[in-house]
Write a protein that binds this ligand. Sequence first.
Ligand SMILES: COc1ccc(OC)c(-c2cc(C(C)=O)n3cccnc23)c1
Length: 121
Amino acid sequence: CVIKKLQERTFLSKGLDHLLAQLEKKDPQNFFAWPVTDAIAPGYSQIISNPMDFSTMRQKIDQNEYKHLDEFIADFKLMCENAMKYNHAETVYYKASKKLLQAGLKMMTSDKLGWMLNLVP
Ligand SMILES: COc1ccc(OC)c(-c2cc(C(C)=O)n3cccnc23)c1
């Protein structure tokens, strides 16, 4: 019923809020906090067709755009993979994104989160 759907929705967004906060702590330099601009990364918008960053993920949580945990995980992976595509392997950004991806996926795919995987069918 509608009430149950709404309850599940807020339950999921509470869980995603918590996950996002944990992920943001793993980016102390705030390289992933905001959209990357062509001003700071020449040609970025030509190379990266689907940009993603933590502030956009926050917006999507607040607008209930994530129906499942795996959609949230897909955006997190997209954000990290963009950084590994645009930046060369020896850059601080490539290294930070590789480390963030590994630590983030480890945290999100642990069995502790099983309860979130089947929320909001
Ligand atoms: C040096 O301080 C900042 C501050 C914010 C940034 O992105 C939001 C970035 C940044 C973040 C990135 C990424 C994530 O590719 N990047 C790539 C090239 C040049 N700068 C960046 C760097």
